[in-house]
Ligand binder design. Structure first.
Ligand SMILES: *Cc1c(COP(=O)(O)O)cnc(C)c1O
Length: 357
């Protein structure tokens, strides 16, 4: 039996979107391939509220995260982490011989504009990484406030991990001044895993030109140049199946559902799950910074999350345990992509039945 996924990626994929993954192949050097990549890029510009170029990568989101920190750090990277995914960016930097320092917040607490200001005021850094929506803690960072501080540091390239929030929460890339905003297919966009997408500013491009060792496959400048030279194509063979599905899904998101409606639906689902969590447990992160795409719930009654998931599984549902050190201390319910309010209500009523609420 298929278990309906309420985990923070991969997510349930609509049957019509899934069907696009099995379309017949086309040549990746054809005009049709260019047309698809151009359409995807135009629609991603709308999704991210940007005029910047869009890069695609046949990797998951981690690929572009690694590529960004390596391709665009000339001096030293300041990595701001609010959980496991933020920290991963630090490991990517150091393992690529990119000088970096890690600035961690306590899990459940945000990266504050004061922290960013204090770190950048040293003048030691020319790139920062920030997590927009931290999936390990269920926290959404105050990027509007961070953006105000970033205005003081026009020479610093700002990389933003929006892997678990893009298409679920509004992220206005140009207004914020984000240089590289990264996401991947298997979270709020609602596709199977296997492709990553990012925005790429002029500032990021100029920086990459100054970095000597950018690698090859994950060199963001190489991806950018190929788009210019070959009219929206990819240096190697991209996952065309993902591109067919992404092209279709972005059109649905923007022209059928509408971006504002989609963001609103995510907010409403989040509010329902939070209310349920507060009634029976507690929400884990600081209440001022709650994610709209997943809710991380404190396991205040010491229930066995494994046991709960087993019982859910027998009924055709799956949620997620806590991440890493929070494994049994919290559990997570994702409400992202094309998950609807009735799916959430169905899940919560099954949870009520299992837990005797
Ligand atoms: C899932 C996730 C990642 C990793 O993305 P992949 O597509 O699995 O490589 C990075 N950051 C956040 C916040 C995530 O939720």
């Amino acid at each position: 039996m298929h278990k309906k996924l309420f985990i923070p990626g991969p997510v349930e994929v609509r049957p019509d979107v899934l069907e696009k993954m099995s379309m017949p192949m086309i040549g990746h050097r054809s005009k049709d391939a260019s047309a698809i990549q151009r359409r995807i890029s135009d629609n991603l510009r709308k999704l991210f509220y940007t005029n910047n170029e869009i890069l695609l990568s046949t990797t998951s989101g981690s690929g572009l995260m690694e590529g960004a920190v390596r391709s665009c750090t000339a001096k030293r990277a300041a990595v701001f982490a609010v959980g496991a995914f933020g920290k991963r960016w630090y490991e990517m930097a150091t393992s690529n011989n990119v000088p970096a320092d890690l600035f961690e917040s306590e899990w459940g607490k945000p990266t504050t504009p004061e922290m960013v200001d204090e770190v950048l005021a040293t003048g030691k850094y020319d790139l920062i990484t920030v997590t927009h929506n931290e999936t390990s803690t269920g926290l959404m960072n105050p990027v509007d406030e961070i953006a105000e501080v970033m205005k003081k540091y026009p020479e610093v390239v700002w990389c933003l991990d929006a892997v678990s929030s893009a298409a679920g929460s509004k992220i206005e890339v140009d207004k914020l001044g984000v240089d590289i905003c990264i996401t991947s297919t298997q979270k709020a966009i609602g596709l199977p895993p296997g492709m990553a997408m990012c925005t790429f500013s002029e500032k990021a491009k100029l920086r990459a030109e100054k970095v000597e060792h950018r690698g090859t496959y994950l060199d963001l400048l190489a991806l950018y140049k190929y788009i210019q030279k070959k009219d929206y194509q990819y240096p190697s063979t991209p996952s065309l199946s993902h591109m067919f599905a992404l092209d279709y899904q972005l059109d649905r998101i923007i022209n059928v559902e509408g971006l504002e409606n989609r963001f609103q639906r995510h907010k409403e689902m989040a509010e329902v799950v939070r209310a349920w969590a507060r009634e029976h447990f507690e929400v884990f992160p600081d209440e001022k910074y709650l994610s709209n795409t997943l809710t991380n719930i404190k396991n205040t009654t010491d229930l066995s999350v494994a046991d709960l998931n087993k019982k859910l599984g027998e009924r055709g549902f799956q949620i997620s345990n806590g991440y890493g050190k929070l494994k049994d201390k919290t559990f997570r319910i994702a409400h992202m992509a094309d998950c609807q309010m009735e799916d959430i209500k169905e899940l919560l009523s099954v949870l009520d039945e299992i837990l005797g609420f």
